[in-house]
Design a protein around this ligand. Sequence first.
Ligand SMILES: *[C@@H]1O[C@H](CO)[C@@H](O)[C@H](O)[C@H]1NC(C)=O
Ligand SMILES: *[C@@H]1O[C@H](CO)[C@@H](O)[C@H](O)[C@H]1NC(C)=O
Ligand SMILES: *[C@@H]1O[C@H](CO)[C@@H](O)[C@H](O)[C@H]1NC(C)=O
Ligand SMILES: *[C@@H]1O[C@H](CO)[C@@H](O)[C@H](O)[C@H]1NC(C)=O
Ligand SMILES: *[C@@H]1O[C@H](CO)[C@@H](O)[C@H](O)[C@H]1NC(C)=O
Ligand SMILES: *[C@@H]1O[C@H](CO)[C@@H](O)[C@H](O)[C@H]1NC(C)=O
Ligand SMILES: *[C@@H]1O[C@H](CO)[C@@H](O)[C@H](O)[C@H]1NC(C)=O
Ligand SMILES: *[C@@H]1O[C@H](CO)[C@@H](O)[C@H](O)[C@H]1NC(C)=O
Length: 433
Amino acid sequence: MSPLINTLILLSLGKAVFSENVDILGGNLELKPDCITTNPPSSILWRLEKNKVADFDVDFGTDITYYGDFNGRTTLNTTTGELRIVGLKKSDEGVYSVDLDSKPCEKTYSLSVIKSVPKPEISVSCVDDKTYCNLTCNGDTADAEPVKYWWKVGEGNWETDWEKILNVTRSDSKPTQNNTKYTCKMKNAVSEKESEAVGPLFKPESVPKPEISVSCVDDKTYCNLTCNGDTADAEPVKYWWKVGEGNWETDWEKILNVTRSDSKPTQNNTKYTCKMKNAVSEKESEAVGPLFKPDAVPKPEISVSCEDDQTCILTCNGDTADAEPVTYWWKEGDGNWEKVGKILTVTKSDNKSNQNNYKYTCKLKNAVSEEEGEAVGPLFKQDSPSSRWAISSIAIISIVIIVIVITSALIIGFLRRKKTTVASLGAEPETII
Ligand SMILES: *[C@@H]1O[C@H](CO)[C@@H](O)[C@H](O)[C@H]1NC(C)=O
Ligand SMILES: *[C@@H]1O[C@H](CO)[C@@H](O)[C@H](O)[C@H]1NC(C)=O
Ligand SMILES: *[C@@H]1O[C@H](CO)[C@@H](O)[C@H](O)[C@H]1NC(C)=O
Ligand SMILES: *[C@@H]1O[C@H](CO)[C@@H](O)[C@H](O)[C@H]1NC(C)=O
Ligand SMILES: *[C@@H]1O[C@H](CO)[C@@H](O)[C@H](O)[C@H]1NC(C)=O
Ligand SMILES: *[C@@H]1O[C@H](CO)[C@@H](O)[C@H](O)[C@H]1NC(C)=O
Ligand SMILES: *[C@@H]1O[C@H](CO)[C@@H](O)[C@H](O)[C@H]1NC(C)=O
Ligand SMILES: *[C@@H]1O[C@H](CO)[C@@H](O)[C@H](O)[C@H]1NC(C)=O
């Protein structure tokens, strides 16, 4: 028992007050009388309540008598009257008084011996819906009372409300990540000890479905996208962003700064989605975008490249870098505009191109504008009527010549055969004729 009892406190009793110069370390007590008249006193008697503790009287010699349990732990200084007791016990408690020269001193001393506090442990008891929790700072404080309880929240200061139980509501515990750890401390007149920290006590609620708000500077060089939602009960929350068909990325920021140049290159990366995520949930916003209107399209110019007399490739040119997405339209002659593509391939055998004077025009179009180019064409040389006549004349002449040649040949051949027959049958020509 004695190792546990390591200190004391002295309480006031009426006007007889002793409250100073007490060596409490190691469980030692020193009581010093303040009413010495002769120096040294000729007799000294210390009592605890009615019982003698130590006794000295010069008339009976120089020996000091120590009584009962005090013998061996107690020393009396016969010059000063000071009483010193080591290894204080619970049984040492009570009111001490002293007589000097057989006269009682008015001042008395009330001693309490208490234990040092134990290292506390926090127990947590929450209501079912976790709206609040009782934290109880536990430890065996018997023989250590009076004990004060102190609490520390997160990185905050130690505060005492003298309560063994701390009622923590969900709303107290929410705002930041840091204030979710709780530590308690027990303290009495002679000692103090801290518990291990507990917490966080409450799981965050699931995140809400976020909504993106868009705020652009006047000239639309950049826009702030803010991922909004009431996250008060869901912290800590991380923010993720997705651009177009890209991957989800987290830079831990609620606000995304999108510049016009980031947003341009393709049609797909103009949509932005954000996501909130915490320990228990994640939710995506609807996509927003495109954020920036394209520039107006330029006036296109058609370039023509003919491989031979049969095929030509028409290209509708213009710097559309800031105007995307752009569509290309073509018109042939008096026909309708048709959405084709940047390149139009025309072959001579196309029915339309065989018609005279075909002109080709292209048009650029985007969400905010459209522009037509100058027409080009016709693309292929048509065969002229005179050359056609020449061809037919040559054909006719050729045929006439061929006919003449063949006819002449036949006539000549016939005449020759006739002459030969006459010569061979010269003896009797009458027979034949
Ligand atoms: C008694 O106390 C006096 C003054 O503090 C000191 O000088 C003296 O040595 C003490 N005597 C004993 C026996 O401790
Ligand atoms: C919290 O402590 C109070 C009083 O100390 C008690 O009435 C209540 O039932 C406790 N609640 C829980 C959840 O332990
Ligand atoms: C804890 O505090 C909340 C809000 O202050 C209160 O509603 C609740 O009754 C308290 N619980 C206890 C046990 O004191
Ligand atoms: C939370 O803790 C971190 C490091 O532990 C610290 O940098 C930050 O300032 C704390 N925040 C608050 C609000 O106390
Ligand atoms: C964008 O956000 C920054 C910092 O959050 C702010 O300084 C700026 O004014 C915002 N710009 C717009 C256009 O909202
Ligand atoms: C957004 O980013 C652009 C380019 O990185 C920068 O010039 C501008 O100041 C940024 N705006 C904000 C509000 O951060
Ligand atoms: C753009 O989106 C379309 C369909 O949504 C897809 O077919 C195409 O591959 C995407 N382009 C890029 C560059 O991601
Ligand atoms: C184009 O020519 C083909 C054969 O040469 C013909 O069958 C077709 O009807 C023509 N189409 C038009 C629109 O004239």
